[in-house]
Design a protein. Structure first.
Length: 142
């Protein structure tokens, strides 16, 4: 019986053999086995975080794992390319001190910012109601 890591390696090798330009592995929030498995095989990583201290702290830990415990790190290969996607960003909440500023997040994580997704109350409401936001005709995302 192959280990979970060997199983993931086989699936990724099979997908690479199909000549996909990209293979995207989404991992759960936090640092659990599923996330560690996705991180281990990464060539590039888009670190998705929101501007809250706990989220940025987890993202910083993920960056440390990418640098030290990935396949590339273990084999002495070129480091994983790291990118940052900042989500749920709300300038009003930043000015009130309710969340970190974009500059604070960039100073802490020190990786290239590739995008910012603003916080949207309609998305939060739809998520809490268990319905797709696209069904809300009044929402910007709908």
């Amino acid at each position: 019986m192959p280990s979970p890591r060997e199983g993931v390696a086989k699936v990724l090798d099979d997908l690479k053999a199909m000549d996909f330009e990209f293979i995207v592995c989404d991992s759960p929030a936090g640092i659990e086995t599923g996330a560690l498995m996705a991180l281990y095989f990464a060539d590039e990583a888009i670190i998705t975080t929101n501007p809250e201290v706990s989220s940025v702290r987890d993202s910083d830990r993920i960056l440390g794992i990418l640098a030290s415990k990935s396949r590339r790190a273990e084999n002495g290969e070129e480091p994983i390319k790291e990118h940052l996607l900042l989500t749920r960003y709300n300038p009003g909440r930043v000015s009130r001190g309710d969340m970190l500023s974009m500059e604070d997040v960039l100073e802490i994580l020190r990786i290239k910012l590739v995008g910012v997704i603003p916080e949207d109350q309609s998305v939060l409401r739809a998520s809490n109601q268990g319905e797709p936001v696209i069904l809300d005709i009044n929402a910007d995302a709908g």
